[in-house]
Design a protein around this ligand. Sequence first.
Ligand SMILES: Nc1ncnc2c1ncn2[C@@H]1O[C@H](COP(=O)(O)OP(=O)(O)OP(=O)(O)O)[C@@H](O)[C@H]1O
Length: 490
Amino acid sequence: MSNLLTLLKTLLALPRKRVNGAASVLTGWWLIRLLWRLRLLVAVTLVVLFAYSRWGWVGLVLLAVLPPLLSFAWRVLHPQSHTWFVNALTARHRLRHTYGSRWDAVIVACDLHRPVPGGAHLTPELVKVSLVPVGDVLHVRLLDGQAPADFARQADELAHAFGVPEVRVTNAGPGRVELVLVLLDVLAQPVTLTDVPAVTDLRKVRFAIGEDGLWRTRNYANIAAEVGGGVPGSGKTAGETSLACGLIQNPAVQYVVVDGKGGEDWSWIAPRAAAYCAEDEDLNAVLAVVEQVHGLMRHRLKTQKATRGEANFWNLPLDPAHPAVFLVVDEVQTFTDTKGMDNETKQLAWQITARLSALVKKGRSAGIITRLLTQKPTSDALPTAIRDNASVRTAWRVMSKDAAEAILGPIVRDAEVSPVDIPEAMRGVAVVATDAGRLERVRFPFVDEHTAETIAARVAGLRRELTEFGAPTTDNEDQEAEDDAAGVRT
Ligand SMILES: Nc1ncnc2c1ncn2[C@@H]1O[C@H](COP(=O)(O)OP(=O)(O)OP(=O)(O)O)[C@@H](O)[C@H]1O
């Protein structure tokens, strides 16, 4: 009896925590907690025991064979949902065991915690883990007073602590930040396409792959112009080619290409292009094509409201009878940079530049998108009046900050990424502005010219003359018509 009293006194004298521990031992609560902690193991053991007691060894064999077979069948029948399910399970496991278990220690080691009186501390909350092609994304809720920049400053420390080559920090909205633990540099590897899917929605056109390995899309509705530049061989034409290969498969898109290089980079598109001109010397021919597109723009601006009921092309449904027109001018400096030209050529160059400038300023509501590419991104080649009206800008590799600014504008001066830093070997990598106005690096896919040729030949039947839509005829067409009338052409 005295022993029992002593035990009771000792128990009462124990600090609260230890008393709770003792109570837990006495009530069996510890066992429930242990079973809950090991619930997966317990569940598996129960299932195995049940199968064995019910069906004997056959039950065990079925248990071993059925789950992988069912998973395989699911994967074959519906790979998307299977991948989604496996990724969700993996992400959950990593949230709890890979990152969750170390989160507190890593945050403290990287000095991203907040000490509170009494020696404890607060840590930002690790809310979710998701898997992307480049690695894992940790979705974090910030502590009050923290900003994504606090994490960006500690990115190196976080990378070492998590044992990955790089951690990229992205602002995910108010009070949130995403940490991308990069295991694979997707931009380092070319992405070669052997076919290109047709673009069906001009408001969501896939154009390149971002650093997280996911496709980036562009909304071409209500866009008047795009400028792109980069040193020779940086991947401008190839980037445009992959984009054009998707767009030309849409019957409600017509393409016009002027190649100022005068070569055959764009010859693949000739069977599908409403107009194609690879002239670098005969500026009259170039002016004729540009005038025709400009004429179509004027025609639409003057008649669209009366004939189709809306002044803005993009408020109307896309219709092959009223296609969106993409005008690509590659190596535009051939026509805009007048240095070294004789007077007559200069006059033509100024007219071309004036027409391009008008298209860039007014083409949006006429459904005409002008895309200007140059290997000489200076203000002579890409007049600022044109650049500043181009809402989409792409900078492949350039050699100087001035060149980067000539394409992307002053925003590039303070940006974390710059096209000057793109290594020479990374052809096809470029810096673009995101929808939020931030700059990011992307990789354009590569489509070789034979593939592009095959696609253009496949959809050559979708080609239409711009005159069908109200554009004036070019001088060349007038001449051909006169020749026909005079029986000159056979
Ligand atoms: N996205 C890409 N992925 C892999 N390789 C690429 C990519 N883009 C371009 N290249 C490689 O770089 C070469 C040059 O590309 P491209 O002709 O597009 O350069 P460019 O910038 O238009 O040059 P230029 O100004 O001289 O016309 C291509 O032939 C191809 O080998």
